[in-house]
Design a protein around this ligand. Structure first.
Ligand SMILES: Nc1ncnc2c1ncn2[C@@H]1O[C@H](COP(=O)(O)OP(=O)(O)OP(=O)(O)O)[C@@H](O)[C@H]1O
Ligand SMILES: [Mg+2]
Length: 599
């Protein structure tokens, strides 16, 4: 974890090195000042020598000015280094997230990734800045001040040793408890973030189900838990101050008591006693700072782990060594394909499976796709139909290698999808995902996601095919109308049509529409289907749908049930031979009355 994180300091190494150097210089200047004070008192004030007061006063001013300059420089460089560190961390996380396969996104969850990129990186940034500034300042202050004390009066410095032991023990007791509590605080933070993110991203659903009260209570609970823990933690932390004050005043009393005796005996001057007073403060506050770093580092260790996990996540779907750069045609072959989302299960080996393993053994393995073999000709229009959760989307996503198959192989254009260059494959197998989104920007910007250099004419043509042209024209600024985040200002059906147009602009060899017309009315759905068949005869079209009339005009239809294919034929043949298809058809046509009753 440390290696991953320190690598991200990157170009800010110089600033990170300069900070402690300037802090060391600042500390040296600061430590010398009390010593010069003792000269002013002993050589100037005590001897009524004004010239000495001026001389040592001037030295003190120079030291103070230099200490200030070094302090400012240290502050600047530490800010630069820590903000740069945070920027690099975010950049590294973001660019690695771009390489994530769907399974990695499933693993971290979108909201989890957001927390890691914000709260966790902030924690690390603060810890890093503190580390740069205090981890050098506090020990140096401690060492130099103790040295100066020993140098001034060895016997008197015994007082500090006793004070250090008392303060050290007290701080240890307080800190060890706080660290435990802080670890819990961060867990509670995660809970709170989860509640907020889930609620905000699904606020419409919350409102639709009138779950505001429930959500309020859920949030209140998380917030209350965090509040109570914070009060407890901060209450403990607040003990630091009085403990330190008791020790400081104890030291001052002891110093005054022994100091007075030493001065009477002539072993110590008044000036030296004054500077000892200053050093006692410095030593004890250095100790205090060290304890704070300890707390901060412990707090950020959990964040560091979470950030490093994202940076180190290896892309599971990568380009092969000598990738195939062209897709010959739109034919698709599934060869004994099995797929599971559950990576922990142990699937049967291909050998045992092919040797005729029983279907039950495959079912045991939590497969979303079970032993699918099929051949689709280039240019065919294929419908996929089946109940919810039967694996339609999964089957479709495997074609463009959103996930890798657990067993068997999938070929597009006669070549295994794992042998293609990923970009080539995904440009040629254009997918309109079931959960599709638009991005903030104009209609044109969104369309050009499909093809960055598409001309307006090309965009219009794609929109006409996807039946999106009419409604875009009616929008206030036509193709320049701004689409809000997530496509909030277009209807579900309009969003789907824009997504189809965007996919068409890729001029793919295979076009997969995963339930992409579900929010369109029946007439529009039929028009889109017809347009695709008529104007894109060479493109293989895979149309996943819940409605029979979205797929009934396809050349052939795949009927799925629980991850298996139970029928793959034309509409007419399926009506005769496939019970599930006939059932779906009957129910849907009877309900809507759109179609003739089955013969
Ligand atoms: N990301 C995922 N992680 C784990 N399991 C998943 C994931 N996505 C889908 N599944 C599971 O895989 C099975 C098939 O899901 P899939 O989305 O392919 O169904 P579908 O036929 O497209 O359903 P629908 O018609 O509702 O879209 C389901 O049992 C589902 O619970
Ligand atoms: Mg689906």
């Amino acid at each position: 974890m440390l290696k991953t994180l320190t690598k991200q300091v990157g170009s800010f190494k110089t600033a990170s090195m300069l900070t402690p150097i300037f802090i060391a210089l600042e500390v040296v200047m600061g430590v010398l000042i009390p010593y010069v004070t003792s000269w002013i008192i002993d050589e100037g004030i005590a001897k009524s020598n004004l010239a000495n007061v001026y001389k040592y006063g001037a030295i003190m001013l120079v030291l103070a000015a230099m200490s200030m300059i070094f302090g400012i420089l240290a502050g600047r460089f530490s800010a630069l280094a820590s903000s740069g560190f945070a920027r690099n961390l975010r950049q590294a996380m973001f660019s690695n997230i771009q390489t994530f396969s769907f399974s990695s996104i499933d693993k971290f969850s979108s909201s989890g990734l957001v927390t890691r990129m914000t709260t966790d990186v902030n924690n690390l940034q603060n810890a890093f800045q503190m580390l740069l500034r205090i981890s050098v300042r506090a020990p140096l202050n401690l060492i130099f001040s103790i040295l100066m004390c020993v140098f001034i009066n060895t016997r008197m410095s015994a007082i500090f040793v006793i004070a250090l032991v008392i303060l050290g023990t007290a701080l240890y007791l307080i800190i060890s408890r706080t660290v435990k509590l802080f670890t819990q605080v961060f867990k509670k933070y995660d809970d709170l973030n989860n509640v907020v993110q889930e609620n905000v991203s699904a606020i419409r659903v919350v409102k639709a189900f009138v779950r505001e009260d429930f959500e309020n209570k859920k949030f209140g609970k998380a917030a209350q838990a965090l509040y109570s823990l914070f009060v407890k933690t901060e209450g403990l932390m607040a003990l630091n101050h009085p403990v330190m004050m008791i020790v400081v005043y104890g030291c001052i009393i002891a110093l005054s008591w022994f100091g007075a005796r030493f001065i009477v005996a002539g072993d110590l001057t008044t000036g030296q006693l004054t500077s000892l007073f200053t050093y006692v403060m410095t030593i004890l506050s250095a100790l205090m700072m060290l304890s704070m770093i300890f707390v901060q580092l412990t707090m950020s260790a959990a964040s560091g782990k979470r950030v490093a996990e994202v940076i180190n996540e290896k892309a599971t779907i990568v380009n092969p060594e000598n990738p195939v750069m062209t897709v010959a045609n739109g034919s698709i072959d599934f060869d004994n394909v099995c797929f599971t989302y559950n990576k922990t299960g142990v699937p049967p080996t291909p050998a045992t499976l092919l040797a005729g393993q029983t279907a039950a053994a495959i079912d045991d393995c939590d497969y979303a796709i079970k032993d699918v073999s099929l051949h689709i000709n280039s240019g065919e229009t294929i419908g996929i139909i089946g109940g919810t959760g039967c694996g339609k989307s999964t089957l479709a996503m495997l074609i463009s290698r959103m996930y890798d198959v657990s067993q068997g192989s999938i070929k597009v254009g006669g070549v295994d999808v794992r042998d293609y260059d990923l970009e080539t494959l995904r440009n040629n197998v254009s997918m309109v995902l079931q959960k599709n989104v638009l991005f903030t920007g104009t209609v044109l910007d969104n369309l050009r996601w499909g093809k960055s250099d598409a001309t307006l004419e090309e965009c219009v043509e794609a929109c006409k095919l996807a039946c999106a042209h009419e409604f875009i024209q009616e929008m206030p600024q036509g193709y320049d109308t701004l689409i809000e985040q997530g496509g909030a200002n277009v209807s579900g059906g309009q969003k789907q049509r824009l997504c189809i147009a965007r996919a068409l602009l890729k001029s793919p060899k295979v076009l997969v529409l995963d339930d992409s017309t579900s929010a369109c009315d029946t007439a529009t759905d039929a028009r889109i289907g017809k347009a695709l068949r008529d104007y894109m005869p060479a493109v293989t079209k895979i149309i996943v749908a819940q409605r029979v009339h979205s797929v009934m005009h396809a050349s052939r239809i795949i009927v799925m049930e629980s991850g298996r294919i139970t029928g793959f034929d034309t509409h007419d043949n399926l009506l005769k031979s496939n019970n599930i298809y006939r059932e779906i058809y009957t129910i849907q046509t009877q309900d809507s009355g759109d179609f003739d009753k089955p013969k």
